[in-house]
Design a protein around this ligand. Structure first.
Ligand SMILES: Nc1ncnc2c1ncn2[C@@H]1O[C@H](COP(=O)(O)OP(=O)(O)OP(=O)(O)O)[C@@H](O)[C@H]1O
Length: 273
């Protein structure tokens, strides 16, 4: 569904991405992980056509990304950016309806469009809030509306940049369960996640970025390894299988030499007067 080869991007001569290859099949969830500044958002911007790579090519459903018209591309691919939805003065229902635009042949909604909007509002639990203006919702509620709009678009590929930002643990799981259901319906999913434990639980494959280069790729058990996490993030971790599913889970180890950090020492001095 999505294939990229040799993607390279420079900003002012500095490499943000270098020689990245990837593919996402239908019905597969691929997670992108990596530390701050490793190039995750840059890669997302290239894959959704927002920016052009300096080198490399991207194919969507077998056709070069740049060859798709915006409308036809929107039927194939929905994107949930990190800053998903500004606090606009539209109602929840109006925003979800916007997701149907690429499918509408006339300027008004047909029966099929209304059916999809109704189903999405029900499935996301937003039906009771349908007439509420989005600018009066919390960050987490707005995130759910953005996800509902993307669902109404009925894409074959969904690209999500940190979809759990702003969400408490319950909604993090709700959103990722919804993503998992799309995948089961055959949608290809590519998502950036900071939380390594959620990434291991919800992704079939993981890509690990370090300073713009892919340094790990494979099943969660092949990528979530203490040596690789130490090398890429510079922290000591313990890896243990999840008691239910057996997927690797990361336990953070506190740094041993607490006293040696200048910040910790300064804080301790402040505390002691
Ligand atoms: N528009 C830009 N102009 C200049 N440099 C940029 C630009 N966008 C990103 N960069 C640089 O490219 C590198 C990768 O940034 P990017 O935002 O892709 O990282 P990230 O992995 O998404 O980080 P985070 O986890 O903090 O969101 C960083 O060094 C960043 O400063």
């Amino acid at each position: 569904m999505l294939r990229a080869k040799g993607l390279t991007k420079r900003y002012g001569g500095r490499f943000a991405l270098e020689g990245v290859d990837l593919r996402v099949e239908q019905g597969e969830t691929v997670g992108l992980i990596g530390p701050n500044g490793s190039g995750k958002s840059t890669l997302v911007r290239l894959l959704c056509g927002e920016e052009k790579p300096d080198e490399g090519r991207i194919f969507l459903a077998g056709r070069e990304l740049s060859a798709w018209s915006p409308r036809e591309r929107a039927k194939q691919m929905a994107v949930l950016p990190q800053e998903a939805l500004p606090p606009v003065p539209f109602t929840v229902e109006e925003v979800v309806k916007m997701g149907r635009h690429p499918h509408m042949r006339r300027p008004w909604m047909g029966r099929e469009d209304w059916n999809v909007v109704e189903e999405v509002l029900e499935r996301t639990g937003l039906a009771p809030a349908r007439h509420r203006p989005v600018n009066r919702l919390s960050g987490g509620e707005r995130q759910r509306v953005a996800i509902a709009k993307a669902m109404a678009q009925e894409p074959r590929l969904m690209i999500l940049d940190e979809p759990t930002t702003y969400l408490d643990v319950r909604y993090q799981l709700e959103v990722l369960d919804a993503v998992h259901r799309w995948k089961k319906q055959g949608v290809a999913i590519f998502m950036v996640l900071h939380d390594l434990n959620l990434a291991a639980q919800y992704c079939d494959r993981l890509l690990l970025l370090k300073e713009g280069e892919l340094v790990g790729e494979g099943r969660p058990s092949e990528v979530i390894r203490s040596d690789l996490i130490r090398e890429v993030y510079g922290v000591e971790v313990l890896i243990t299988p999840h008691p239910d599913s057996g997927v690797p889970q990361v336990l953070l180890k506190a740094r041993e030499e607490r006293g040696s950090s200048p910040i910790v020492r300064a804080l301790a001095m402040g505390k002691n007067g």
